[in-house]
Design a protein around this ligand. Structure first.
Ligand code: PAP
Length: 332
């Protein structure tokens, strides 16, 4: 029924806005991505065709609030994990952890992506109706975030991961979601070449990471930089730091009662990946349907050693060395 309902003036206006973004996209440089999909270059970064209009809409229409929490990553660096942690930390007073929404809802539904969920399907949403604090996510580079993020001073939490595991994870992910004609698997060698040249989702990977690293040094009170590997090695330390940064610190009493450990266990790969919702559920990100189990593969540090040749390892290490030289950043 709803399909035949006449469009409201607002809906027509939003459609025209998106139509304009599609016209702008047609003028941008484009490349084939890992999965034979189309990538467009916008402000120095490569975007998936299906999410770039949403990125433009976010840039022009999203108004950040000081109370927001903005979670950022380049794909496959631990987004799902960080979403679950932030959701559990911020909502622990609303729901006892034994009844956490994470037990029945996928983290991506609790912390939606701006450009792939909220500003998708030709919509300019009214986000003022969301309860505060609004927990929001994006893969957008720092230099492309809307000005309101900086003006609002909302906390921005970035998670990074070593490029070798990120690449391997991304290659598997795109192969798994290759169900449409426009998304076809490529060989690991082809994908590797694209990744090194920067033409990967939200790439160049190194530029993305470096922008947030530099921001975390220049504006440490607003931008927190996390590393997937350090989170795995010392979850307790980093989860406590994270809670403080997003202004939901743990009390001494909570620490004594083991609340931090409970949150770490709840959000662990082992726990989340065995839940029914994450084994069998799926959702649409814009017009792309993704099964939740594709977000849970191995959750390990160092799986790259099973996929990359010594030449590939050396090439990625060299690029990291060259790109990060002089910035004091190492990614395991
Ligand atoms: P996204 O950026 O597309 O949302 P993201 O969640 O960053 O994806 O990437 C998934 C990776 O995080 C997978 O890594 P792998 O391919 O090397 O295994 C996935 O297994 C891992 N992952 C998902 N949930 C967790 C978790 N709770 N703890 C640790 N790693 C996790």
């Amino acid at each position: 029924m709803a399909d035949f309902a006449p469009k409201t003036i607002e809906e027509v206006k939003d459609e025209r806005t998106y139509q304009r973004y599609t016209e702008i996209m047609a003028t941008l440089p484009r490349e084939r991505g890992f999965a034979q999909d189309l990538l467009y270059q916008h402000q120095g970064f490569w975007y998936w065709d299906r999410y770039l209009p949403g990125v433009m809409a976010v840039q022009n229409h999203f108004i950040a609030q000081p109370s927001d929490v903005l979670l950022v990553s380049t794909p496959k660096c631990g987004t799902t994990w960080l979403k679950s942690l932030i959701s559990a930390i911020c909502n622990r007073k609303l729901h006892p952890l034994t009844q956490s929404p994470l037990l029945t809802v996928n983290p991506h539904q609790l912390v939606p992506f701006l450009e792939a969920d909220l500003y998708a399907n030709n919509q300019i949403p009214d986000l003022d109706i969301l309860p505060s604090p609004r927990l929001l996510a994006t893969h957008m580079p720092y230099s492309s975030l809307p000005q309101s993020v900086f003006d609002s001073g909302c906390p921005v939490v970035y998670i990074s991961r070593n490029p070798k595991d990120t690449f391997v994870s991304m290659w598997h992910f795109l192969n798994k979601i290759s169900t449409k004609e426009s998304i076809m698997p490529s060989t690991v060698e082809e994908a590797f070449e694209m990744f090194c040249n920067g033409a990967s989702l939200y790439g160049p990977f190194w530029d993305h990471v470096l922008e947030y690293w530099r921001a975390s040094i220049e504006r440490p009170q607003y931008v927190m930089f996390l590393k997937y590997e350090e989170m795995q090695a010392e979850a307790l330390v980093h989860v406590k730091r994270l809670a403080e940064f997003i202004r939901c610190p743990f009390s001494l009493e909570e620490e004594k009662e083991g609340v931090v450990d409970e949150i770490i266990r709840l959000c662990s790969f082992q726990n989340l990946s065995r839940l029914d919702i994450n084994k069998t559920g799926q959702a649409s990100f814009g017009d792309t349907h993704i099964k939740f189990n594709t977000f849970f593969r191995k959750g390990k540090v160092g799986d790259w050693s099973n996929y990359l040749t010594p030449e590939m390892i050396d090439r990625l290490d060299q690029i990291s060395k060259q790109k990060f030289h002089g910035y004091g950043l190492t990614l395991y």
